[in-house]
Design a protein around this ligand. Structure first.
Ligand SMILES: Cc1cc2nc3c(=O)[nH]c(=O)nc-3n(C[C@H](O)[C@H](O)[C@H](O)COP(=O)(O)O)c2cc1C
Length: 475
């Protein structure tokens, strides 16, 4: 949807983005964006790109209904002995075999380098999303890095990640990669050697590259190769102008630059996916050495805030993709939901096929202990197969009827937690709660358990048919 109205990049655009997202609305293109000082922006701004699950699936090259099967394929990629699984998965994605074998293609010239712009970040229409934000924030940067022991041509060893970047001045920004991210791991290799680190940021990369960068892919899978798998053809890259890195050839804009060892700046506060402003923390400074862009570039932006926001919509689709990997490790898991309202990771509802007493607790401990992505999941609720883990009414019913608070709640103390959680008593350490809302079996109870009431399905079908006839299709 093209919008001509003047919309200010400072705070005002956020309201339109969130209203569009909450209404299941379209991708927005702002042709009348205004800088904070009221001056017209130098280029159109695009937002709400992945505002619906259908558009996230489309970015993966799929229909929404195909996402679970694609998750099986990803699980096969991760599997320690992937041969059978891979063959099976590849048979469902014939074009993937070819794509897997092909390396990204290096071009000599590329659309993203049509214009070499003056080094002035103030020319970009960078949003300041929330009233309490420290300044303009690049919200959808695809950050390209490599470790010091690699060559620029070894693109299979590159990392691409989305790490927000605060604009500090015309030629400086702050790179906010959290310590456990791929970009941060690469940065440590350069810092340990005391060498400046080359970094490139693609703005407005194609959907496959954007989603590959946002996906927590296994370290052995390169985001650049993977984006080719999603797209069904080789990823095209081009050597950057001033740093020894390759960059996506078809991005709208590329920022090139260097991070010098030890140079940091206080980042934030910025509104985050928790619905609160982050605390201020030091992160590395990137000095810009070149800005290139297409002849008529567009600037892609997004907003993070209390869910639902665009990352939480992406997170729900990624949740479905991740399920086969979780099932491969903990087979009794049938389904698992990370409610977006609980920040997409702070709470999990797990549906299991329960066979023995104590199994719900074992599943909780397996999730916390075996899978890194549950390190910061404060609450796990375990439910039976007949409970829909994505339906709060079902969850409430299971908790109300199958759970005793004194017997069925497991509390842990002093477990890892992200620094964003100010409710933890100590920074980085928090409690965890597991709620066993499953039917109690064997030694778990001495009492006669209730039987679930249900009608004869034939009677229900007949009732529906009779009512439909009388109501003439009206509900
Ligand atoms: C819009 C958006 C903003 C994000 N911002 C950050 C951020 O500021 N810092 C961070 O470490 N991760 C951020 N992430 C999450 C990472 O991009 C994501 O976990 C990715 O898988 C990391 O890739 P890596 O494992 O290769 O480091 C963001 C994700 C999205 C979609």
């Amino acid at each position: 949807m093209r919008l001509d109205e003047p919309v200010n990049l400072r705070h005002e655009m956020t309201a339109l983005q969130l209203a569009a997202l909450r209404g299941g609305g379209p991708v927005l293109r702002f042709d009348g964006a205004r800088q904070g000082d009221g001056k017209p922006a130098a280029m159109p701004v695009v937002a709400n790109l992945f505002g619906t699950p259908e558009r996230v699936a489309a970015g993966l090259g799929l229909e929404l209904s195909q996402v679970p099967a694609f998750g099986d394929f990803l699980a096969a990629l991760r599997s320690p002995a992937p041969v059978d699984g891979m063959r099976d998965a590849l048979s469902r994605w014939p074009m993937l075999k070819a794509a897997l074998a092909t390396r990204p293609k290096v071009l000599r010239s590329a659309p993203v380098q049509e214009v070499e712009a003056p080094i002035n970040l103030a020319r970009l229409p960078v949003q300041t999303p929330w009233p309490g934000d420290a300044g303009p924030l690049i919200t959808w940067p695809v950050v390209v890095t490599r470790a010091i022991d690699t060559e620029p041509a070894q693109v299979a060893r590159y990392n691409l990640g989305v790490y927000r970047a605060q604009v500090l001045g015309p030629d400086r920004l702050i790179m906010r990669w959290l310590a456990h991210r791929g970009g941060a791991a690469h940065a440590r290799t350069w810092a340990d050697a005391g060498e400046p680190m080359p970094v490139a940021i693609a703005l407005g990369a194609d959907p496959a590259t954007l989603l590959s960068a946002a996906l927590p892919l296994p370290e052995t899978v390169s985001e650049l190769t993977f984006s080719g798998i999603l797209r069904g053809c080789r990823t095209e890259i081009v050597p950057a102008r001033t740093v020894p890195l390759m960059v996506p050839a078809h991005a709208e804009i590329v920022l090139e630059g260097w991070i010098h060892p030890g140079e940091t700046a206080p980042e934030g506060p910025f509104g985050d996916h928790t619905g609160y402003y982050n605390s201020v923390e030091p992160f590395p400074v990137m000095r810009i050495s070149a800005i290139t862009h297409r002849r008529d570039p567009m600037y892609l932006t997004t907003v993070t805030g209390r869910p639902p926001d665009e990352p939480s919509v992406i997170g729900e689709v990624f949740n479905t993709l991740a399920l086969p990997v979780i099932r491969a490790q903990i087979p009794e898991v049938r389904d698992l939901w990370l409610p977006p309202a609980a920040c997409s990771y702070r709470m999990a509802v797990v549906q299991i096929r329960k066979r023995y007493p104590g199994q719900a607790r074992r599943v909780m401990m397996a999730l916390w202990g075996m899978l890194a992505q549950f390190s910061y999941t404060k609450t796990i609720v375990v439910v039976d197969e007949d409970i829909d883990p994505r339906n709060w009414d079902d969850i409430a019913w299971a908790m109300a009827t199958r759970m005793d608070p004194a017997r069925d709640v497991m509390l842990l103390d002093s477990t890892p937690m992200d620094y964003l959680d100010f409710a933890s008593p100590r920074e980085g350490l928090a409690g965890k709660m597991g709620i066993d809302a499953t039917t109690k079996i064997g030694a778990e109870t001495t009492r006669e358990w209730g039987r679930v009431m249900a009608l004869d399905p034939a009677h229900e079908a007949r009732a529906a048919e009779i009512l439909a006839r009388h109501l003439g299709g009206r509900p």
